[in-house]
Design a protein around this ligand. Structure first.
Ligand SMILES: *Cc1c(COP(=O)(O)O)cnc(C)c1O
Length: 432
């Protein structure tokens, strides 16, 4: 492969990493298994950019997989963190910063009247499932093919990109008995959900979904889908749970539930609310959240949960997002980028289907529509793999999988978007 990119130092570091950590990484999709070449090892990030250890600069559309919506290492976030750092990194006792972030989340997210902080999206989803079961006294749960809710055993069934990319339909080590209560349906298929409720009367605790899917590429809910789920869950005495770990504070300040006007019973969050530090959260109606220990009997705890550093990064990030015009700006640059990508592909006669909402976008190298994971799988992954490498050579960092959403930030300028579109034009013409 002739490769214009000098990645000598990245190669050396990744070479050593492979002997130290499984696959050389701390999370699988980073390993570039489904695109050409070895992973790029980052040295630092700032604004819309990432620099690798060989000194190459990339315009970054991964944004640490979602948190960097204000741009990497925003000066105000860094300054707030430095101030908090002086007071210590973890208390293991109540701190007023938890109140501040909780108030902000409760004000912003329609379904949330009370919230519990945890350390990751996985933890939030794991706990919310326990809560769904505790509150309803029922064991079964419905999830959708291609939706990812973290790596807890019960959710490792048809779980989207990470799992899909590696070609593992399920994971070994997950007992059948653990997933026996996990029912799955195709996304955007209300009839399938209706059937599951009919086949399992009074046994389903609830339905959990990504209200906009970002873990199987980028799939939007068809009109009526979210509303239909709201009705079906209510009719069947089950809970509706939006996993907004990716969409929270990104699809709009109040998440997808605000944007689409459908209020679930419970919501999970992560990524953006931690502003780049490890934070997850779950919340919902007071009546349900009061089940959580120590206010109620459902046990869930965490040594580092609600720690002052993580709370600070979250608070500052939300303050920045709350400013006038933020989401209009994000929407406009993301749409401009997506329009540019689509017309660049078309110029080279490459089949493409793409969509964007707010600061999230995605495209598949196939004809649309793509309404579910099954349809997403018809995308040309070999071509995407080549595209990914070419874009790196031209200084653009895309998620290393055909089945991931892309993220923009407030730091991406018109110039960044224009040079990204130019890079797409050149790359598409090279692979047409
Ligand atoms: C990223 C993600 C998770 C898992 O969050 P982690 O912080 O990686 O554990 C869960 N649900 C959705 C929708 C996600 O995008």
């Amino acid at each position: 492969m002739t490769d214009a990119l000098n990645t000598k130092r990245s190669g050396e570091i990744f070479g050593s990493a492979k002997n130290l950590m499984p696959g050389g990484v701390s999370s699988p999709v980073r390993a570039f298994k489904s695109v050409e070449g070895d992973p790029i090892v980052f040295d630092r990030v700032k604004g819309p950019y990432a620099w690798d250890v060989d000194g190459n600069r990339y315009i970054d559309y991964v944004g640490s997989w979602g948190p960097a919506i204000c741009g990497h290492a925003h000066p105000e976030v860094i300054a707030a963190l430095q101030e908090t750092l002086e007071k210590g990194t973890s208390f293991g006792a109540p701190c007023v910063l938890e109140n501040h972030l909780a108030e902000m989340v409760i004000d912003a997210v329609p379904s949330v009247e009370m919230v519990r902080f945890v350390n990751s999206g996985t933890e939030a989803c794991m706990a919310v499932l326990r809560l769904m079961r505790a509150f309803t006294g029922r064991d079964k749960v419905i999830k959708f093919e291609g939706c990812y809710h973290g790596h807890a055993d019960m959710f490792l069934v048809k779980a989207g990109s990470g799992v899909a990319t590696l070609g593992l339909p399920d994971s070994p080590g997950v007992p059948r008995s653990t997933t026996a209560n996990t029912l799955t349906a195709p996304y955007n298929d209300l009839e399938a959900v209706k059937e599951l409720f009919a086949e399992n009367p009074d046994a389903i605790s609830g339905v959990i979904l990504e209200p906009v899917v970002g873990n199987a590429g980028f799939i939007t809910p068809e009109p009526g889908f979210l509303e239909g789920l709201r009705e079906l869950t209510q009719e069947n005495g089950a809970l509706l749970v939006f996993d907004e770990v990716m969409t929270g504070f990104r699809i709009s300040y109040g998440g997808a539930q605000e944007r689409f006007g459908v209020t679930p019973d419970l919501t999970t969050m992560g990524k953006v609310i931690g502003g780049g530090l490890p934070v997850g959260a779950y919340g919902g109606r007071k009546e349900i959240m009061s089940m959580v220990s120590p206010s109620g009997p459902m046990y869930q705890a965490g040594t580092l949960s609600g720690n002052p550093l993580a709370m600070t990064a979250g608070i500052k990030t939300l303050e920045l997002l709350k400013q006038e015009g933020t989401y209009e700006k994000l929407e406009a640059i993301t749409k401009k980028l997506l329009d540019g990508i689509i017309s660049a592909a078309k110029e080279s006669n490459i089949a493409i289907h793409g969509q964007s909402i707010s600061a999230m976008f995605g495209f598949y190298l196939c004809d649309g529509p793509v309404r579910n994971f099954e349809e997403a799988k018809s995308a040309d992954t070999d071509r995407f793999s080549k595209l990914h490498r070419l874009m790196l050579q031209k200084g653009v960092y895309l998620a290393p999988s055909a089945f991931e959403a892309g993220f923009t930030s407030l730091a991406h300028s018109e110039d960044d978007i224009n040079s990204t579109i130019k890079a797409f034009k050149e790359s598409f013409s090279e692979i047409s």
